[in-house]
Design a protein around this ligand. Structure first.
Ligand SMILES: Cc1cc2nc3c(=O)[nH]c(=O)nc-3n(C[C@H](O)[C@H](O)[C@H](O)COP(=O)(O)OP(=O)(O)OC[C@H]3O[C@@H](n4cnc5c(N)ncnc54)[C@H](O)[C@@H]3O)c2cc1C
Length: 266
C-alpha cells in the first residue's frame, strides 16, 4: 500500500534558524513505546523547502516519499502526540522540507517506534550517564520525562555538548529537573561560548579527564555501577567510547554481548 500523510503539525518552536522542536498529532494513536526509541518521518519530494536552505545535493523525485529516522522526545505514552528535536541539514533532502512546515500542515509518521537505545537495556539500580551532542539530547528528554519520577533511587546525569548557548535545546527543562530532583545532574558544556557563559567550555573528553562527572555527581565511572548512553555526532561517540573503553573497560552493549555502553549515532 502506498504510504500517505497521516499526521498534522500542532507545534513548531524555532530554537535557532536551524534547530526546531516539532510537535505532531498522528491520525491514529501509537502504541506505548520505550523512551529512547525512534520513528520515521516523511514528506514528498514535491514539497517546498525552507527559505534558509540551500540546493539539495541529491535531486528528489516529486512523488518520492523522503523518509528519515528521528528519536522521539516525548513521554513514552504520548498516544497521538509526539515531539521531535530536529536540526536542519541545509543541503539535505528531508530536513529543509520539515523546516518549511507550518502548524496545520501534514506529513508522514511511521506507525512503528523502534530501536535498542533504551533504558530497559540497563540492569536495575545502575546509575545512568547520558552524553549528547546537538540534537542527540532528544532521546534523553524522553528518558527523563518518562522515568525520572520513578527512578529516584539511582543517579542520572546529562552531559550536553554544543557550540553556543542557543544550541542548548531543552536547557530550561533540564535546569528545572536538576533543581527539582536531587538525583539528577545537568552538565552542559560549550565549545564556542560568548562572554556571558559561566558554565563549562570543555570538550566532553576533557570533562571526563578532569573528573568533573565524579566530583559533581558522585557517579562512578565503572561498568558494574554506571551505564553510559552516547547519542549524536559519530566523532563524539567514537571519542567517548574509546575513552571509556581504554580507561574503564567499557564495552558496547548488544543483545548477544551485554555491555554498559549504549550508542546511537546520527
Ligand atoms: C536512529 C536515528 C535517530 C535520529 N534522530 C534524529 C533526531 O532526533 N534529530 C535529528 O535532527 N536527526 C536525527 N537523525 C538523523 C536523520 O535521520 C537525518 O539523517 C537527518 O535529519 C538529515 O536528513 P536530510 O534528509 O535532511 O539529509 P540527507 O539528504 O540525508 O543528507 C545527509 C548528509 O549527507 C550530505 N549529502 C546529501 N547529499 C549528498 C551527496 N549527494 N553527496 C555527498 N553528501 C551528501 C548532506 O550534506 C548531509 O550532511 C537520526 C538518525 C538515526 C539513524
Amino acid at each position: 500500500m502506498a504510504l500517505e500523510y497521516n499526521a498534522t503539525v500542532i507545534g513548531k518552536i524555532m530554537i535557532t534558524p536551524d534547530i526546531m522542536v516539532l510537535r505532531v498529532n498522528t491520525d491514529t494513536s501509537r502504541a506505548e513505546f520505550e523512551s529512547g526509541q525512534y520513528t520515521v518521518l516523511g514528506m514528498f519530494g514535491h514539497e517546498g523547502r525552507s527559505a534558509n536552505s540551500e540546493d539539495e545535493r541529491t535531486e528528489t523525485q516529486p512523488e518520492k516519499l523522503i523518509r528519515r529516522a528521528y528519536s522521539v522526545a516525548s513521554h513514552r505514552s504520548a498516544g497521538n502526540q509526539m515531539e521531535f528535536y530536529i536540526s536542519q541539514v541545509k543541503t539535505g533532502q528531508l530536513t529543509p522540507r520539515l523546516f518549511n512546515l507550518q502548524e496545520g500542515d501534514r506529513l508522514y509518521v511511521s506507525e512503528r517506534i523502534v530501536g535498542m537505545f533504551k533504558l530497559s537495556e540497563t540492569p536495575p539500580n545502575m546509575d545512568i550517564t547520558m552524553v549528547a551532542t546537538g540534537t542527540g539530547i532528544a532521546p534523553y528528554i524522553s528518558f527523563l520525562r518518562s522515568h525520572i519520577a520513578e527512578n529516584q533511587n539511582i543517579k542520572m546525569a546529562v552531559i550536553h555538548g554544543a557550540a553556543h548557548q542557543w544550541d542548548l535545546g531543552y536547557y530550561s527543562e533540564l535546569v528545572f529537573l536538576a533543581n527539582t530532583f536531587p538525583n539528577f545532574y545537568y552538565l552542559p558544556t560549550l565549545t564556542d561560548p560568548d562572554k556571558t557563559w559561566q558554565g563549562y567550555d570543555l570538550w566532553i573528553e576533557e570533562m571526563l579527564d578532569q573528573k568533573i562527572l565524579e566530583e559533581k555527581t558522585n557517579i562512578e565511572i565503572d561498568p558494574e555501577k554506571t551505564h553510559f548512553f552516547l547519542c549524536g555526532n559519530p566523532n563524539m561517540a567514537k571519542g567517548i567510547s574509546a575513552w571509556l573503553g581504554d580507561n574503564h573497560n567499557y564495552t558496547k552493549h548488544s543483545r548477544k554481548a551485554p555491555g554498559a555502553l549504549h550508542i546511537e549515532e546520527f
